[in-house]
Design a protein around this ligand. Structure first.
Ligand code: PRP
Ligand code: MN
Ligand code: MG
Length: 182
């Protein structure tokens, strides 16, 4: 559908699979938060697609807020040292916070973020991610809602980027090695 065919290797999760799984996660979240306040916190920029689709599948009333964070250092892998580029607009004291992410890779971004948000005395903090990669199991992180557990491959699409590109693919695919080897 999109003119990115030669950059991609194979589709791991189709648009239809994402839609189905998003509906399942939304139904779980609706049930778990019945009668409770809910604030979705999206992590810019990768979480934009998940947030937009998940929020529209929820029947439960919710609010949305956003944070932008960045790892220090120039490497492509997360260092675990994080700085806030854009903080929440909302005071989360006493709120039920659900962090929305596209992918958990090393888990370092979320480990830091959960700690940071908990220090603001919310009623609860949980995590919903569309993709979890195997390294995430090496950190002590409670992830309540997971779309797909995927192998440790270079993946793009549905919010996940390579050098800011491919986020707008409606599916999740592996990037062809020639793209990042060049
Ligand atoms: C990516 C991804 C997660 C994080 C996961 O964001 O969207 O937020 O890395 O990595 P980790 O589990 O190893 O910490 P990135 O920092 O690339 O920013 P982006 O969302 O703007 O792409
Ligand atoms: Mn991100
Ligand atoms: Mg990124």
């Amino acid at each position: 559908a999109k003119d990115m065919g030669s950059a991609l290797d194979k589709i791991l999760v189709t648009e239809e699979q994402i839609r189905t799984r998003t509906r399942e996660l939304a139904a779980e979240i609706d049930a778990d938060y019945a009668g409770k306040d809910l604030l979705l916190v999206g992590v810019l920029k990768g979480a934009v697609m998940v947030m937009a689709d998940l929020a529209r599948e929820l029947h439960h009333p919710c609010e949305m807020d956003w944070m932008a964070v960045s790892s220090y250092g120039a490497g492509t892998t997360s260092s675990g040292v994080v700085r806030i580029l854009k903080d929440l607009d909302t005071d989360i004291q006493g709120r039920n916070v659900l962090i929305v992410e596209d992918v958990i890779d090393s888990g370092l971004t979320l480990s830091w973020l959960v700690g940071n948000l908990k220090s603001r005395h919310p009623a609860s903090v949980e995590i919903c991610t569309m993709v979890r990669k195997p390294m995430a199991f090496n950190v002590d992180l409670d992830v309540k809602y997971v779309g797909f557990d995927l192998p440790n491959e270079f993946i793009v699409g549905y919010g996940l980027d390579y050098a800011e590109k491919y986020r707008n693919l409606p599916f999740i695919a592996t990037l062809a090695p020639h793209v990042y080897d060049d």
